[in-house]
Design a protein around this ligand. Sequence first.
Ligand SMILES: [Zn+2]
Ligand SMILES: [Zn+2]
Length: 364
Amino acid sequence: MRTRAALFRAAGEALEVRELELEEPRAGEVLVRMAAVGICGTDLHMVKGEWSRPTPMVLGHEGSGVVEALGEGVEGLAEGDRVVLSWAPSCGRCADCRRGRPAGCVELQRAIGAGTLLDGTTGLSLDGETVYRGTATGALTERLVVGAGQALKLGDDIPLEQAALLGCAALTGVGAVAHSARPDPGASMLVVGVGGVGQFIVQAGRIAGAAAIVAVDPLEGRREQALRLGATCAVAPSELKGALGEIAPDGVDLALDAVGAPETTKLALRWTRNGGKVVIVGLPAAGARLELDPAEFNRREKVLTGSMYGSEDPAVGLPQLLEHVRAGRLELASLLGPSYALDDVNDAFEASLAGSPGRVLVTP
Ligand SMILES: [Zn+2]
Ligand SMILES: [Zn+2]
């Protein structure tokens, strides 16, 4: 079988849309006709050359589509089902899998580093040459074969373009608040970076009843978006000190770093009150190191932790998100940015790199 897909070869080079050879779904796998794929920070790390992975690679891991065919023995899914992709196929046996954290699965982490699926294959090639998969997925393609456990059923009421956001940004951002930060009603929260994931952190803070949600971001469009989504205050980094002096002079109860760079984590830690908690949500560039003052933890009793893929099994987290969406608590439509055809994938990356306030989508 063949599929058209966007190939990434090296940082600084344009992506190339090529027709690839795609293996038929094997036992336990499904074929998905992709409808929409969001460009995520992880994809940007790759095109900026901040991570090194084997190439050529199909990037993209946040997406939605329709099941087109089933491999042998697949239960619970049927042709025509609308699905959201999870990027965490996992072994089900390791310690992380057993504690309900498939994103931490040892085999998954190995596969992501190797650009493959869990079994070391990719099912994709170009003229006999292996084509690798971004984040054990590789969604920037018309058709995609994934394990049935990676295709999470969506129902019929949410448009596929909006649903794409659920697969990474929403699970990551909402889960980081619900399962890691866990604000008490009335809490004060700082959200560092209000791009795709940060916008869901803001919404989850509002849902949890945080009284003050301060968003900090250098981009004005993103600050405006954060205010619409429930931030009580949105400032540029240079204005943060002044704003917090009024709102939380002793520091915030919780700070979530949606960027994950050492300097943004430092900012989050600095403005957290004594005894408060910082959650690193965004992923740093490879090799980034954080310099820490131990007094933040002993004398000031702060807690620094991190959250990966919402600190939750996506198969458990997605139905909770859908409930929020259906009840009108979680906004998706206004989070969509511009949408591009697969052939215009380079324009999509350009828009995302430029800091589009809305999620940039490719509709293969
Ligand atoms: Zn992502
Ligand atoms: Zn595992």
